[in-house]
Design a protein around this ligand. Structure first.
Ligand SMILES: *Cc1c(COP(=O)(O)O)cnc(C)c1O
Length: 463
């Protein structure tokens, strides 16, 4: 039996009401969650309910139970990790993706969503200044984008060494050397672990976390010829810095290495005329990973893997089976680890359609301007040091010694007006500020600076 549309009405109306209530509360509620997961346990029920409940009451119960434990990650004063909010068009599109409930793996099965994702892919390559012939896959995040790109890399460098990976697997294969910067993101290491490639060789980085081109050249020159992959970074999670792509890619290619760029949030610099110089030369790499759920502000989850040579990606991740519909143009399931998946590229299309080229550039420029304004305002407060060159969206600060910095962080989190959390960088305790939300405005910046001032005053060592 096909469900009648009316059977969905009450649940969807309840969801729309609850979603709007939540979104309306975001600007004024404290940023941190008010209850922890243990405290919420009973709200969701200790045991399986004996009988069912009507759909609208389930949605309402869920919204009420979760509410005290939700973090205002969509707040303009949230600067934790690298998160990003949600553009209205992307959220609306995401709801449609759920309502359509399409399996987005095959062109022939759901042309409507595949064509939308293909448009999003073409637009991304254009906006990011990457080769129009590259393959684009939509995955859950930059971790899986790194994994997918590195799977293609592993496939190609082993094939170039005469090793048939699909036939023989990794045992007995030539050693694949993976070179990274000392400050690569941890998701590179886990992706290499999934791929059975073991620990990478780390090249020293400079004080901003950029790979040192001389050290890289020296390392490459000392290696025997053989399968090699180099991972570069566009956007260091602490400093926001970018590797020197022109020089590093040239030397790596001279040695026959595959070059991958992890640009989870930094790749987007390419979409702004004002910040494109941060990625100069990066289009010569072989693969790129990014997120749409960070800088582009689509809802979770959406990452993007981009590979210049489609054959490598498809050889690594493609699937052939008699019961599938294979399209000669290549299917989405050939470019990502999943076979079945939601059409998570559709909200990317909606975000890009709603912003346009100028809107994307403007979004990047505003994020960077807000990061600079926060760095200037907070850097002007008593005892604060800004530790990085604020070239993009990341700001790292410390206040006196490690202990004081930690005390200010705790005070800030308890205050709740903003969210900036601690980390360690260059041997120091720091507070990290990551500007990723499209809604952050001047008032949010002013209020956030005031919150840091309060935390500094509250933690002043007593005279
Ligand atoms: C966030 C991030 C990742 C991992 O992305 P997910 O979307 O969380 O999987 C990888 N690299 C960098 C530089 C990041 O900032």
């Amino acid at each position: 039996m096909t469900a009648r549309p009316s059977e969905y009405t009450a649940a969807l109306t309840a969801a729309a009401d609850q979603a709007q209530r939540w979104l309306a509360s975001v600007p004024d509620r404290p940023v941190p969650p008010q209850r922890n997961a243990d405290e919420l346990r009973s709200a969701f029920g200790e045991s399986v309910p004996d009988g069912g409940s009507d759909p609208a009451s389930v949605v309402n119960l869920l919204a009420e139970a979760a509410d005290p434990g939700l973090m205002s990650m969509a707040s303009g004063r949230f600067y934790g990790w690298v998160i990003g909010g949600t553009l209205p068009a992307a959220l609306g599109a995401d709801w449609l993706v759920s309502a359509w409930d399409q399996n987005a793996g095959m062109r022939g099965a759901s042309p409507g969503v595949v064509a939308a994702e293909e448009a999003a892919g073409r637009w991304l390559l254009d906006l990011l200044g990457l080769p129009a012939t590259a393959d684009v896959g939509f995955v859950t995040g930059a971790t899986m984008a790194n994994f997918s790109c590195l799977a293609a890399a592993r496939q190609r460098v082993l094939a170039d060494a005469g090793w048939d990976l699909p036939l023989h697997g990794l045992s007995g294969s030539p050693k694949v050397r993976v070179i990274v910067g000392a400050e690569r993101h941890a998701s590179i290491d886990i992706a290499l672990s999934y791929l059975g490639l073991g620990a990478p060789i780390a090249v020293p980085t400079d004080e901003q976390g950029r790979i040192q081109p001389d050290a890289l050249a020296q390392l490459l020159t000392g290696l025997e010829p053989g399968p090699t992959i180099l991972c570069l970074q566009a956007g260091n999670v602490h400093s926001g810095s970018f590797d020197d792509f022109t020089e590093t890619i040239a030397v790596a290619h001279e040695h026959g290495a595959w070059v991958h760029v992890d640009g989870a949030f930094g790749l987007w610099a390419a979409a702004s005329g004002a910040h494109r110089s941060l990625v100069t030369g990066y289009e010569a790499a072989d693969s790129w990973a990014t997120d749409a759920h960070k800088t582009l502000n689509v809802p979770y989850d959406c990452g993007v893997c981009i590979v210049a040579d489609p054959a490598s990606l498809r050889a690594a991740l493609g699937i052939q089976a008699s019961y599938l519909f294979h399209d000669s143009a290549g299917d989405p399931l050939d470019k990502v680890p999943e076979m079945s998946r939601r059409a998570r590229g559709v909200p990317v299309w909606a975000a890009l359609q709603s912003l346009g080229r100028s809107g994307v550039a403007d979004l990047i420029d505003r994020l960077v301007a807000n990061a600079r304004a926060l760095a200037a305002g907070i850097g002007g407060l008593e005892g604060v040091e800004v530790l990085n060159d604020v070239v993009y969206t990341q700001v790292c600060i410390s206040i006196g010694d490690d202990e004081r910095t930690r005390a200010v962080e705790q005070s800030l989190l308890a205050d709740g007006a903003t969210w900036m959390s601690g980390s360690r960088w260059n041997g120091r305790q720091i507070i990290r500020i990551s500007v990723s939300n499209w809604t952050t405005d001047d008032e949010d910046v002013t209020e956030s600076i005031a919150a840091v001032r309060r935390a500094i005053t509250a933690t002043e060592p007593s005279a």
